[in-house]
Design a protein around this ligand. Structure first.
Ligand SMILES: Cc1ncc(COP(=O)(O)O)c(C=O)c1O
Length: 373
């Protein structure tokens, strides 16, 4: 869609080229490890199907998502490469995983048995990745109880163990001791394979933090999410891979006014000026996923200048103080992205809202049209 054709003067621009460029930069950084792009949560707000299709065409060997539903949407959109669903598998979902040829996470012998039976019933082989919990306490068999699962996984003739994985809880920290401990627990579990003279399946643990900060965690495959979209996982994380931001969020000035001294602005009257100011209204709000926490804290770019949000962010609109600056109806307002020499990053918005860049991106909802560049 051309931004000029949008009914609503607000849209997100996604550069698929930037995502492909980040994918290539990650590949160059991890050497022989495969790269599994993570496209869950609407590809971190960038558009599940568009991003997945582009990466498939660009040569990605596989994809990772969180939910069965996300994987089915991709299959229905013609995405044919292997897809791993990271989340836990409910028994009733198993036939659908098999029908759509999706790889599931398995972390108990009981679940492996159910998968084996369901695959046998339709005379096929189901593909699983064994999930080991090395210190996140989310899903997976604990590392200290994993051996029995690995042994059992060899017994089921209708189950192909395509991979074995774990997930870091703190790989984006400056203190990497907890992540190193997780990695060493994972490597300990993996000793099972050489000990029994077996070739291990694909071994993977690295998310963006691991990719950037722990080269020894790259193993056979890495699972980049946030960095694929050109955003570093935290301010502390080492920037060992150059990234290009893929998303801009733009709107337009829809109303201009002069506000008299003492006049309260927006719900609850939380802001007023002691002198006359020019204030413009922007047609974006928390109903689009722009945080209400940005009230009196966030800023936007208009005509290359940074201006503060004043008063509360409403559901569909917010106000910006120009002081005595200039803006006209129709001027571009940049919520995330660059205008002239100024840039507002997803991390800047996260800092102002008291959250992380992941939440800023995934929070931009379907009311905001995506435009692909
Ligand atoms: C299992 C798994 N792997 C990889 C990722 C990607 O993480 P990141 O966006 O930090 O690279 C996630 C996201 O949280 C995940 O849940």
């Amino acid at each position: 869609m051309n931004p000029a054709d949008a009914i609503r003067p607000a849209h997100v621009e996604v550069s698929l080229g930037a995502i492909a460029q980040n994918y290539d930069a990650i590949r160059a950084h991890v050497g022989t490890a495969q790269v599994m792009p993570v496209v869950k949560a609407n590809a971190y707000g960038h558009g599940l199907v568009e991003v997945a299709r582009h990466l498939m065409t660009h040569g990605a060997p596989c994809l990772g998502v969180a939910l069965l539903e996300e994987a089915i949407v991709l299959r229905q959109a013609g995405v044919t490469i292997p897809i791993l669903v990271f989340g836990g598998v409910a028994t009733r979902q198993i036939p659908q995983f098999i029908e759509h040829g999706l790889m599931m996470a398995a972390s108990s012998i009981d679940k492996l048995r159910q998968i084996d039976e369901a695959a046998a019933a339709v005379k096929t082989k189901a593909r699983v990745h064994l999930k080991i919990d090395t210190g996140m306490e989310r899903i997976g068999v604990h590392w200290y109880s994993a051996e029995k699962l690995l042994e059992a996984s060899l017994q089921f003739s209708n189950v192909e163990v395509a991979g074995i994985y774990s997930h870091f809880a703190s790989s984006d920290d400056s203190d990497l001791s907890a992540a190193r401990e997780q990695l060493s627990r994972f490597l300990e579990v993996l000793e099972f394979y050489p000990k029994h003279g077996l070739q291990p399946p694909l071994r993977h643990i690295a998310n963006s933090g691991g990719i950037l900060q722990l080269p020894e965690s790259h193993l056979d495959l890495v699972r980049p999410g946030i960095m694929l979209y050109g955003v570093y996982p935290s301010k502390e994380t080492l920037r060992t891979v150059p990234l290009t931001s893929a998303l801009s969020w733009k709107s337009q000035v829809v109303f201009f006014k002069v506000v008299q001294p003492g006049s309260p602005v927006s719900y609850g009257g939380t802001w007023r000026s002691d002198h006359q100011v020019r204030v413009v209204t922007v047609p974006v709000g928390y109903g689009d996923g722009y945080f209400r926490a940005l009230s009196n804290r966030g800023s936007v770019l208009i005509r290359g200048q940074r201006h503060p949000i004043v008063g509360r962010v409403c559901m569909d609109q917010f106000m910006v103080n120009l002081e005595w600056g200039t803006a006209y109806n129709g001027d571009v307002v940049t919520l995330i992205g660059s205008d002239g020499a100024e840039t507002i990053t997803a991390q800047d918005v996260a800092d102002a809202a008291g959250t992380i860049a992941y939440e800023v991106l995934t929070n931009i909802n379907s009311r905001v049209p995506r435009v692909y560049l």
